[in-house]
Design a protein around this ligand. Sequence first.
Ligand code: P1T
Length: 384
Amino acid sequence: MPKQLRFNSATIHGGQEPDKAYGAVMPPIYQTSTYAQTTPGGHQGYEYSRTHNPTRTALERSMASIENAKYGLAFASGMAAMDAVLKLFQPGDEIISTDDLYGGSYRLMTQIFQKYGLKIHFVNMEKASTVTQFLNDKTRLIWIETPTNPMMKVVDIRAVTALVKDHKALVAVDNTFASPYLQQPLELGADIVLHSATKYLAGHSDTVLGLLAVNDDELQEQLAFIQNSSGAVPGPMDCFLTLRGIKTLHLRMQRHCENGAAVAIYLQQHPKIEKVYWPGFVDHPNHEVAKIQMKAFGGMLSFVPQGGALQRAINIVNNLNIFTLAESLGGVESLAGHPASMTHAAIPKAVREKNGVVDGLIRLSVGIEDVQDLIEDLDQAIGV
Ligand code: P1T
């Protein structure tokens, strides 16, 4: 197998080889907690499944391959992966994070890690230079979500990494909304990539899992130490499902992007819709950055109906038939969410609203169904 596969081959073959025992083409689900040793220390590289498991290794190698990274690390969830990253730091260290981000990420930083002495600045990074106002000799991490959840803000990863290159700070990018099909942050200078693999990577709304990708040997060692010590690892079945999902990532993403664009344009032209947030519009504040940094604009978008009232948004999501009202995103089926009461309820109302997450905001994860059915579903729900 050539070392450097193109993306659409890496999703299928990257880091994979037929299983050594019987040549199984898919990595077997090694449903075992432990491994026989012939004598103390006499094992075949696997001692205990919190530390390593062959199905997990296959997934970690796949992750590394599709993010063009040296290493992948798998965790029990996207939040567990973020938790491991934040455990790299000491009390007194400072983090600069995008202001708009997944509510659970905000909660982890403010309600767990602030308690252990990390200081977090939430900053609008649409203008990369804003980061410099918060940089100091205690800054250890820049946390970038791009596109952001749910306001679809875009951050120029290359510009931010250039700004911090003379500081002792790492740059981590939560690449969940884009997926590696659209955007590869390590290539743009980031040190760590995070995925809630629960979303596009697994792609079928049937598993919860987190992944990290890194290039630096020492960083990998530190993260693997935390992974093993804290123990928030995924089981082999979830690793298998994620591996299976990744094999069709490129095909699914193509359709997510096509359908996302069609739905965004439909909503933008609708007289009863006030505002649509999607990086593919030429008047999106960082459309030009998105055009360079991303291969296409993805299947996520948010919108506010005319008047922006809470009840109006609730009526729309309640009337949808094909879009399912649910948390999460990135699966083959279309989902609608109400961030203020669902995914971003952990963020205080004033903070939320400052970022644009108003009570009338609806978020869509546009799936890979026939787009005409999706548009007709929205049409009838908005028309009610
Ligand atoms: O759910 P989990 O696998 O732990 O991933 C957390 C996470 C991390 N980063 C981003 C950008 C996310 O969107 C999420 C999870 N988000 C949802 C469940 C949601 O509906 O927005």
